[in-house]
Design a protein around this ligand. Structure first.
Ligand code: TPP
Ligand code: MG
Length: 541
């Protein structure tokens, strides 16, 4: 057996698994790994905070369609990286967390050696689907392969590998392995046959697609299915892009009770759900659902009347479609869908934030990747931002992290360097990771950050004011964003009129360098599609 250090075994097996790039923040426990990665010529992007390693790996994975890799020191490094794991976990994004440990002899002793957080794996257990500690050089290739297999099978979610420094530094015998091979499988054929019968019998079927339809690369199969059934496709925010919003089959992502889409969904006698937790679906309990999901735990969890198909979304849809094609295509319902689409398009022109969003969309190319941060225009984009391709609209899913948007955008741009990438940020959220402007400049990652500056955690300020008897400690003092951009070597553009944001973004993209577009805004109204705030009556004004 060949001899190598654990760090070399790690780097070499990663290369075999197709890894070309690691986002990391170095430290003493990682020297063996760093030397291995360097010698294997793996590209390394050093961030300014561990948060950004996992956010970037997530953006890289979701925009690029492969998995992302992050490398951090143990203890505080891992805890710093955990916010990004939480987003990747929520968004079903495959991120490989590589982490140091304390020296082997000290593990579990809680003796207080550098970076020790005893039982650190327990701390990230809720935001990873699989974890393993590697204690022998010989076990490194197998552990890497097992981790990659986890990333590529079942529901894509973060996995964690950790290595004590002695394992990464010492030489031992290790055999590199062929890369993990995984076969994805469709749901069982008899169930597909039954589902096909149900779909054929339905009079008004509708498709409802979540993030799993995007991450499962099921877009083509889904659109073909919609075409054949003449069923429109409604999506969650995470599912946006699975069908182009220019296609009349798209019914958008406007799921709130008063939106005309709700009427359409209510009238459906069968809903084909693909890759969704159904947390926001609001289907009536008497509506029949066929649910395709790779995660068996999701089947029927949020809706009772469910016929489950556990399997890969794309393969299952393809098998289902084969059966449906045996019957004649349905009469076109295009005119009906167009009428609904026109009704919904008329809605957003009446909202105060609509002109800002329209301007931003106009200045952002159709194929651009947009990261919707936890800020007013980010929320507003969920139903009202048209998306034309899969993997071009990313959010933080149910994790809802403030601060993910800028580093996630950087990771997306690394995965898709030829695409324009725009991050929609609040001033609160942007300042979580403003230091990553340094990373953007160093590596030439030309993301445009649009920062809506209201000098506040505006969402909180407004909610407290409107429902809780007055705002309290939700404002803050911003830096001068133009000076900040300049200090980092980022191009700064300030926009005084929010409806001119689109022009500024167009100019910023043309610069081909990292840019910050600051948009001065005041308090913005609560998005009309948010559930009403509930607060005790005594706080009513
Ligand atoms: C990690 C994290 N911490 C706190 C929150 C709670 N939170 C939700 S929105 C918000 C305010 C966001 O402020 P900003 O980014 O400036 O956007 P704005 O609401 O002003 O448009 C806060 C604090 C959160 N979503 N995530
Ligand atoms: Mg703000």
């Amino acid at each position: 057996m060949p001899r190598m250090t654990g760090g070399e075994a790690l780097a070499r097996q990663l290369v075999r698994e197709g890894v070309k790039l690691v986002f990391g923040l170095p430290g003493v426990q990682l020297y063996g790994a760093l030397a291995g990665l360097r010698d294997e010529r793996v590209r390394f992007i050093t961030t300014r905070h561990e948060q950004a390693t996992t956010y970037m790996a997530d953006g890289y994975a979701r925009a690029g369609g492969s998995f992302g890799v992050a490398l951090v020191v143990p203890g505080p490094g891992l805890l710093n990286a955990a916010a990004g794991l939480s987003t990747a976990y929520a968004a079903s994004s495959p991120v490989l967390m590589l982490c140091g440990q304390v020296p082997r002899r000290n593990i579990g002793r809680d003796v207080g050696v550098l970076h020790e957080v005893n039982d650190q794996m327990d701390a990230i257990a809720p935001v990873t689907k699989w974890r393993r500690r590697v204690l022998e050089v010989a076990d490194v290739p197998g552990a890497v392969r097992a981790a990659v297999r986890q990333l590529k099978t079942g529901r894509p979610r973060p996995v964690h590998l950790e290595f004590p420094p002695d394992v990464l530094e010492e030489e031992g015998e290790a055999t590199l392995l062929p890369p993990a091979e995984v076969e994805r499988a469709a749901a069982p054929e008899p169930l597909i046959a039954r589902a096909a019968q149900m779909l054929l019998a339905a009079q008004r079927p509708v498709i409802y697609a979540g993030g799993g339809a995007v991450t499962g690369d099921a877009h083509e199969a889904l659109v073909a299915m919609a075409e054949h059934l003449q069923a429109g496709i409604a999506t969650t925010a995470e599912g946006k892009g699975v069908v182009s919003d220019a296609n009349d089959l798209s019914l958008g992502a406007g799921l709130w009770p008063k939106n005309p889409l709700r009427r359409w969904l209510d009238a459906a006698d069968l809903i084909l759900v693909v890759g969704s937790r159904l947390q926001l679906a609001g289907f009536s309990s008497t509506q029949q659902v066929i649910q395709i999901d790779v995660d068996p735990d999701e089947i029927g969890r949020s809706h009772g009347l469910t016929f489950g198909l556990v399997g890969d979304a794309r393969l299952t849809l393809e098998r289902l479609l084969e059966r449906l094609r045996a019957s004649a295509p349905r009469a076109s319902r295009k005119a009906e869908r167009e009428a609904l689409r026109a009704e919904m398009a008329a809605l957003d022109t009446t909202e105060p934030n609509a002109p800002i969003l329209k301007s931003l969309r106009a200045g952002t190319p159709e194929d651009a990747i947009v990261i919707a941060g936890m800020t007013q225009i980010g929320y507003y984009s969920r139903p009202f931002w048209p998306v034309f391709r899969p993997r071009t609209y990313l959010n933080s899913s149910y994790s809802g992290n403030l601060g993910f948007e800028y580093p996630t955008a950087l990771g997306a741009k690394v995965a898709q360097p030829d695409r324009p990438v725009v991050a929609i940020c609040g001033d609160g959220g942007f300042m979580y990771n403003a230091q990553e402007m340094s990373t953007a400049v160093k590596y030439g990652i030309n993301v445009v950050a649009v920062v809506f500056n209201d000098d506040a955690y505006g969402n909180v300020a407004r909610d407290l004011d409107e429902a809780w008897g007055g705002t309290w400690e939700a404002d803050f003092r911003n830096p001068d964003f133009m000076k900040l951009a300049d200090a980092y070597g980022v191009a700064g553009i300030r926009v005084e009129k929010p409806t001119e944001v689109g022009d500024a973004v167009r100019r910023a993209l043309a610069l081909n360098r990292p840019a910050l577009v600051e948009v001065r805004v005041g308090r913005m109204p609560r998005p009309p599609f948010f559930a009403p705030l509930k607060a005790p009556d005594k706080y009513k004004k």
